[in-house]
Design a protein around this ligand. Structure first.
Ligand code: AMP
Ligand code: ZN
Length: 478
């Protein structure tokens, strides 16, 4: 039986299978790069990463496409404020996003297209929509999608036409300029935005004059470019993207191509802080660096963000982070007890963490079934702890322990959890030493090599050496 996943469009759990042949065509709306992504954004990206890993470990190849939104009101405004070109500014935050993704052990997407690199595709899509009567230009050089021309509009979010509010603000908080432009209907949304003085040098020429693409258009164009204009198997994003963003993507793509845009919709619920969605606009956010500074490793953050059911909101708390730390340590102790039976060192655990699933997960079958059944990460972890609690190491021989390590390794691969990433020596180092090591790490991230070297020497003078690894750094007595 294929992996099962809830589909927002049909409101049911459906098998997740590529429509024709492999690979599974999976598109995710990516980050808007105008600052560091917060851990709410990462909840969504991590859940997508876990799904991809589960499908791969289940034997289906995945073509995972996640875009970079590198032109919108915020990227333009902030780049101007910082005196950088839009390209320099967004490259800086795209790099930071990649550094955080790596630290969180996220697999890089198969393709990561950028909106700016696809402007000609977006213009071509608008031309098609105008030609087919689904879009119209206005006097200020903008182009709008004619929502009334698409009968199925609102199908995904089940909005009736009469319930449509003005699309004056999208879920990214970007204004659609409802009052300034000459739209036929308040429900119509911008495909192309005529140039405004505050855009400064950030505009492209088009058949309708100078301007820039609207936010919704980029995803339709990048899906076409990555998947040759074919129907995709799966589309993901946070639940806030369901309306209007995904509704608008469907309208643009189906009106342009005349066939289904996407077969399966995958939305994840929000990370919350005290009852409100974690968001840049509310200022209630934490970044990965904020949590690292407080001593939580990226693996603990990853564990926290994926441990709850993806369809339920997750409330962010520091108690939750501490609980994840204990959970991860329990799994590490369990792996160590199995490795002791096979006479292996804990460094050899890495070799077991693999997408090659065993034919039989043995006592860990329930954990694997939970992942395959609507990505139930909470039940998966519960089942792993159930097995740990029964103390299987007491009765296993080397072959039995190896088989269990292999099953555990595939589950850890699917969850994207690496074990033993935090060196124990680091935990034991005095707080002052850890603080200097952290400052050196941050200097390194900021590419301030002189400061990083100075701090390394400072540590050495105190009798500690610092070693960098995939997830950060470790300090050890010199
Ligand atoms: P953005 O960078 O704002 O375009 O958002 C990138 C992704 O993060 C989108 O899929 C959003 O739906 C998602 N997202 C934003 N805030 C949260 C949150 N608090 N919890 C979970 N996902 C979020
Ligand atoms: Zn999108």
């Amino acid at each position: 039986m294929p992996v099962q996943l809830y589909d927002t469009l049909s409101r049911s759990i459906k098998p997740l299978a590529p429509a024709s042949s492999q690979p599974l065509r999976f598109y995710c709306c990516g980050p808007t790069v105008y600052g560091p992504a917060h851990i709410g954004n990462f909840r969504t990206f991590l859940i997508q990463d876990v799904l991809r890993r589960v499908v791969e470990a289940d034997g289906t190849e995945v073509k995972h496409v996640r875009n970079i939104t590198d032109v919108d009101d915020k990227t333009i405004r902030r780049s101007i404020e910082e005196g950088l070109s839009l390209g320099e500014f967004t490259a800086k935050w795209t790099d930071k996003f990649h550094v955080d993704c790596d630290a969180l052990n996220m697999r890089p997407p198969s393709v990561e297209p950028s909106a700016v690199a696809h402007i000609p595709d977006q213009i071509a899509l608008v031309e098609t929509l105008i030609k087919k009567g689904h879009a119209y230009a206005t006097d200020d050089g903008s182009v709008y999608f004619r929502v009334n021309s698409f009968e199925d509009y609102g199908r995904l979010s089940r909005l009736k036409q009469r319930e449509l509010k003005t699309q004056s603000e999208n879920s990214a908080g970007e204004l659609n300029d409802a009052d300034e432009y000459d739209r036929e209907s308040v429900t119509d949304f911008a495909l192309w935005k005529g140039r405004k003085p505050e855009d400064k040098a950030n505009y492209w020429t088009s058949p309708w004059g100078e301007g820039r693409p609207g936010w919704h258009l980029e995803c339709s164009a990048m899906v076409d470019s990555a998947f040759d204009g074919e129907t995709i198997d799966l589309h993901g994003g946070g639940i806030d993207l369901c309306f209007p963003h995904h509704e608008n993507e469907i309208a643009q793509s189906e009106c342009a191509h005349g066939h289904a845009f996407c077969n399966h919709w995958f939305h994840s619920a929000h990370l919350m802080v005290e009852g409100a969605k974690m968001s840049k606009s509310l200022g209630n956010l934490y970044t990965l660096d904020d949590l690292r500074e407080k001593g939580f490793s990226p693996m603990v953050v990853r564990y926290t963000l994926i441990a709850g059911s993806y369809r339920q909101q997750l409330n962010f708390t520091f108690d939750g982070l501490h609980a994840s730390q204990s959970g991860l340590t329990r799994i590490e102790r369990f792996a160590e007890s199995l490795l002791a039976i096979t006479s292996e060192d804990k460094t050899e655990m890495h070799g077991y963490i693999s997408a090659e699933a065993p034919d039989d997960f043995g006592r860990l079958s329930k954990a694997w079934d939970a992942l395959r059944n609507n990505l139930n990460t909470a039940a998966c972890l519960g089942a792993i702890f159930g097995v740990i609690g029964s103390n299987p190491a007491a009765s296993l021989d080397a072959d039995g322990a190896r088989a269990m390590l292999k099953a555990l390794g595939t589950l850890l691969y699917a969850l994207g959890l690496e074990l033993f990433t935090v060196e124990e020596a680091t935990v034991d180092a005095p707080a002052a030493v850890r603080a200097i090591a952290q400052a050196r790490w941050e200097a390194k991230q900021a590419k301030d090599w002189t400061k990083a070297d100075e701090l390394r020497d400072e540590l050495l003078a105190l009798g500690w050496v610092v070693k960098d690894n995939k997830d950060g750094f470790a300090v050890e007595p010199a």
